[in-house]
Each structure stands twice: as C-alpha cells, then as structure tokens.
Design a protein around this ligand. Structure first.
Ligand SMILES: [Zn+2]
Length: 312
C-alpha cells in the first residue's frame, strides 16, 4: 500500500517535495471508487486522432457546472496575452530522430512527446515558450509558487480554471515545469534521505513529464481535511475532492488528460496520480477520455519507440 502512494509521488514530486516523514504518514489506502476502465486493446480507427493528423480547430466546449456557484473566486479579467488553443502536432515540426539515445533526445516541442521511465529526455531539453503563471492567474490559484508553463497551454488553462471557479470550486496549481536540473536536485534529496526508496519517491531526471512544461499538478482545499493532515499537497485521495472529481470528468474538454490513471502502472511506470494533468489538445484528450486509456498507452500501441533507451 505504501508503495502505491510512494510511486504515485514519483512523477510529481516537485522541488518542494514533502518531507519523507510526511509521505510516510499519508494514508495509502487504495481508492474505493474505480477510475475509468483502462482498455488494453488497440484503439479503433474511427475518429482516432493519430499523431500525424491535423489538429482540431474547434473551440473548447463549455463544461457543465457540477457545483452550484457559491461566491466564486474573482477571475482575472486581464489576461496579458490571448493564446490560441489550436493544437500543434508533430507534423508542424521535422520528424524527430528516433535513432538516438534517450539521454540525448531533444523533443520537438510538439504536445505529444512520450516520456516514461524507459523513454527519457536529454538534460539539454528545455521546452519552448515558458512563462510565469503569476502573470495570468491570481495568487489563490498559484499559491505564490513561481510556477512556469509553456505559453501554448496558458489559454486553455486559464479558461478551465475560470470555469472551475464559476462552478464554485477552488483549484490551485502546485507544480508545473520542472527542469532537468531541478528534477535532479529533488532526486538527490531523496537519495540522501531514503536511498532505498528514492526510485519510487522521485523520477530520475529526464524521466518526468514535468520537464515538458505542459503538465500541471492541481491542488484542492478539501484535501487536508480528507487526509487529516494540514500541510498535505499530494495524496491519492485527491480523487475524492470536488476539484479532483471535476477534473476527471471535464479536463479533456480543455485539452488536458490524466497521465497516470489508476490502472496504468504497467504502461506508464507510475501509479495513480489523480492530480497530474498534461495538456495534449482537446482532440487527443477527448479521444483518450472516451477510450479510457492514457496517452502513453495509446502511443506505445501506435508509435515506434521515440528513442533508444540508455543502458543503466
Ligand atoms: Zn505531476
């Protein structure tokens, strides 16, 4: 049981990761509610958004309010820059070189770069267009953290946050972009504190989706009470919070997908992380949501390996 929670933290543990003792104290009970069934069969071909397909151009659909608005948090009215939600795909960039070792892989800045415990990124890869969230979202959402994300996802993210607030929810953003070096520092911290569990408490540098700059870890004010720990930031029970429930049902409408569903360990290498959402564009996110699979599952079934794994 502890293993599951610890592994769940592996891909997400930010540079401000909780103390090991905190992790230890978290109740690692498996969720009682089953997340969407993960299919293992090959995806159908009807309406399948392949990685070489053209991007969808439809505007995000408004998500239904699931909670009656109750004094919604004021939404920022001035967004410094309107960002198009048009979905870029790999076709917009040169075909990536797949015959390269993963430790040298520089991703192409598309939205569908595969990152797993097998297929990593070079220490030199830094995503294009990183901006600080503080210019786009209020402090009660960013929690004062200097979080950065790629500019391309700011528009959909701000829209989704606003719709959540209009529905009476109080989402926060705990973690976004993490550089290779930041991940290495976090990793080293765990190696020193808990060498035996470092592998499951923190992803090795180069193997966290957060290095892509298109991943958000969400928080909920309800989590502390549900877990019974005041300073808790990440816990499997996020799926029980109003924000977690809403995101699971609606995030795909804005182009976000849950990277690590409950049953996706075998394909993703990570356990359930109900707070970790990656922007892949509305078309792909909706396909994955309806098919009940993760992006990694879809890609492993339909694409050649993105790079040659490095031997340990
Ligand atoms: Zn994460």
């Amino acid at each position: 049981m502890l293993l599951i929670l610890a592994l769940a933290l592996a891909a997400c543990a930010p540079s401000t990761t909780p103390d090991p003792a905190t992790v230890e104290a978290q109740a690692p009970t498996l969720p009682a509610i089953r997340p969407p069934v993960v299919t293992t069969g090959l995806p159908g071909t009807t309406g399948l958004p392949g990685t070489t397909g053209l991007p969808g151009t439809t505007a995000p659909s408004p998500a239904p309010a699931t909670v009656a608005p109750t004094n919604p948090t004021p939404v920022p009215t001035l967004v410094p820059e309107i960002v198009s939600t048009t979905i870029p795909t790999a076709t917009a960039e040169p075909t990536p070189d797949r015959n390269i070792s993963c430790s040298r892989r520089i991703a192409d800045n598309g939205l569908l770069t595969m990152v797993t415990l097998t297929y990593g990124l070079s220490r030199d890869f830094e995503p294009r267009g990183l901006v600080s969230l503080s210019g786009y979202l209020p402090g009660d959402v960013t929690l004062g953290y200097p979080t950065e994300l790629r500019r391309i996802i700011i528009g959909p993210l701000v829209t989704m946050i606003a719709d959540m607030q209009a529905a009476g929810l109080q989402p926060s953003i705990i973690s976004g972009y993490r550089s290779y070096s930041a991940q290495a520092i976090a990793r080293q911290k765990w190696l020193e504190k808990e060498p035996e569990r470092a592998n499951i408490l923190s992803a090795p540098p180069g193997h966290s989706e957060h290095q892509l700059g298109t991943v958000v870890d969400f928080g909920s004010p309800e989590l502390a009470e549900i877990v019974g720990q005041e300073d808790i930031e990440f816990h499997t029970w996020f799926y029980k919070t109003s924000e977690g429930i809403w995101l699971l049902e609606n995030a795909h409408r804005y182009g976000f997908t849950l990277s690590y569903p409950f049953e996706a360990f075998e394909t993703t290498g990570f356990f359930y992380e109900p707070w970790h959402f990656r922007y892949v564009g509305e078309e792909m996110a909706t396909y994955l949501h309806e098919a009940g699979i993760s992006l990694t599952e879809h890609q492993l079934a339909t694409e050649p390996p993105p790079c040659i794994p490095d031997t340990p």
